[in-house]
Design a protein. Structure first.
Length: 241
């Protein structure tokens, strides 16, 4: 795989997810359930505190099950990190079973991460897209993988992450949910930390507990309560005491 001098493809991605409502600072929200900008800024600050200034920090965004808003959180988190700092941020769509994120960003038939991992594409610069934020790049999934579990264990995967680390300060990875997709735990080995997204009032606490324990509570940086602006409930606090 070509890793030298990673640059970006010429396609400029407009960083406004398709179908989302724009708020005052350009970040996206859907159906009124996304976090307010200040909450993303606090999450950004928490990640900065966990990171080392001397190396790239890789953070995954996941959820216990489908439908909890993790892709919206990943999009807005990456956008916040790029807008509020000079850090070089790369956003990766690592949900290899669908391509919801690139649809939101109005990218349809493009090469992506799946092509690199399956060997159909060898040059990572051909899948790395510029956005209208100078310090934010995006790598789409490209298409659904024929065998996602096999790709998750591909020797090419750590090579891709290592190549991107050379040109990034932070990498935000939109992952598949933990419980329906067993490979998410495999991917967690390559991450420095994980943000768990929970749909407030919807996801049962035992389901969230199982997801956190599957990833490993030591790997979880924090829990995002999507759809509510209240403090973390007591039953979650034990993971972060």
């Amino acid at each position: 795989m070509n890793e030298s001098n990673v640059s970006k493809s010429e396609h400029l991605v407009q960083f406004a997810p398709n179908g989302a409502n724009q708020n005052h600072n350009g970040l996206s929200g859907t159906d009124g359930l996304s976090l307010i900008p200040e909450e993303y800024a606090r999450l950004h600050a928490d990640i900065e505190r966990a990171a080392s200034p001397s190396r790239c920090f890789v953070v995954g965004v996941t959820s216990a099950v489908y439908g909890e808003g993790k892709t919206t959180v990943a999009l807005n988190l990456a956008g916040t990190m790029a807008q509020n700092s000079e850090a070089r941020v790369t956003l990766i769509d690592f949900n290899l079973r669908n391509w919801d994120m690139q649809t939101r960003l109005n990218l349809e038939s493009v090469k992506g991460l799946v092509d690199i991992l399956e060997g159909a594409e060898d040059d990572i610069t051909n899948i790395l897209h510029k956005t209208d934020l100078d310090n934010l790049s995006f790598i789409p999934a490209g298409r659904a993988a024929a065998n996602p579990s096999r790709l998750m264990r591909s020797s090419r995967l750590p090579e891709v992450i290592d190549a991107l680390k050379m040109s990034s300060d932070f990498i935000v990875v939109d992952m598949a949910p933990v419980l329906p997709v067993a490979d998410t735990k495999v991917m967690a080995r390559l991450l420095d930390g994980v943000v768990m997204v929970v749909r407030s009032g919807v996801t049962p606490r035992e389901i969230v507990n199982r997801a956190i324990e599957t990833i490993g509570s030591d790997k979880v940086l924090g829990v995002v309560l999507n759809g509510v602006e209240t403090a973390m409930p007591k039953w979650l606090q034990r993971y972060f005491s």
